[in-house]
Structures are given as structure tokens and as C-alpha cells.
Design a protein around this ligand. Sequence first.
Ligand code: AMP
Length: 212
Amino acid sequence: MGLIFLGASEAQKRTQAPILAQGNIMRLIFLGPPGAGKGTQAAILAQELNIPHISTGDLLRSAIAQKTALGILAQAYLESGELVPDALIMAMMGERLAEFDALGGWILDGFPRNLSQAQALDRLLQILGQSHPQAVNFNVATESLIARMLQQGRKDDNENLIRRRLEVYQEKTTPLINFYKQRRCLIDIDGNLTPEAVNQSIRAKLSLAVPV
Ligand code: AMP
């Protein structure tokens, strides 16, 4: 089926309108190791649903490029593949999720990254009056990850940095899989397929209408 939406056409918006009108606001957390394709999938789905794709990595890189106080504090962590301190991340996300466009749902990409961020996100959503999110976990064979990331070739990605980011993911972020599984709000996705097939599978598992 050829059904990827590449632009927010009027037909697409009409298809989506009933989903939002029914109060079915999509709040999604994309979990998965670096290189799993979750950024690509988040961008596609966010456009299809007309909700913001919020990537903490992108927000941090933009803060670094603009040399803001946050960027200056965060830079060394990104360069070494370590996690930026939770307090900085939560301040950044507190502001972002309180923005107007986040009221109608969102896809979080790269956040939360550890248990304390997940717990802090719970508290933040309670304060903002936003309901519990659904987590989408991308499974990709480890050998593919390094190859994919080297191929994507962000200039700061050398192999050591990539390995360190994978280790940090294993150590700090994988406990979130159980955290959300225990809440029965985790969807597992096979990320080894083509981007189109992965998109299909996410939509099917989230029970979204498949556009024709
Ligand atoms: P990403 O683009 O999501 O792979 O993130 C790139 C880098 O930004 C990571 O290796 C971390 O240094 C930092 N980063 C992104 N998101 C977070 C987060 N939620 N908590 C801490 N550090 C983060």
C-alpha cells in the first residue's frame, strides 16, 4: 500500500480531524537506541497527525548552535555521548510542553532518557493537565545500529562516540521499557523493516485510521 503522507494536504487534515475531535489526543514517547530510526518515524507521524515532534537532541543542538546558556552547559555532554543533567533537561522540557502547540498532543523523541526523567515527566504532565502518554519501543538489531549511524554521518559521530551513546542507552534508558510495560502502555515495533513498513506498523498498533 502506498500511503505515506509527505505533506499536510487538506485531504490528510480531514482524515485526521475525527481522530482529534474524539478527544483521542496522541501523546507518544518514542523509545529506542540511537540509530533505530525513531527520529525519522517521529517526523513522519508528527506530520501525519499534525502534532509537534519534540526531539531533545535537536533542541540541545540548536541551543549549542545559538550559544545560549543551556547550549554552553550542554555542549560537553553531547560531545562525549553522556546524558545532559536531568535538571537542565527538565527545565527545557517544562517550557516546551507548556507551549501552545503541545496542547493537542506530541511525539517525544529522545526523552525521557532515564527513570528519574520519566518520573519527572509524570509530575510535569500532571501539573500541565496532560494525560499519560503511550510509549512506542523500537527494536533494532545492534549490528545495524552502528552501521546506520555512521551512514547518517552527523559530523560529530565517530565510532567511539556512537559506541558510548549505545552503552549509555543500555545502561540508563532500557529500564524505561519495563517502566512503561508495567503500566501496560508500551507498544513494541520491529524497527528492522523499511521506513514505510515501520510507519504502517506504528499506525496499526496505535489503531489509527490508515489513509487511502
Ligand atoms: P539524540 O539526538 O537524541 O541522540 O541526543 C544527542 C545527545 O543529546 C545525547 O547523546 C545526550 O548527550 C543529549 N540528550 C538528548 N536527549 C537527552 C535527554 N533526554 N537527557 C539527557 N541528555 C540528552
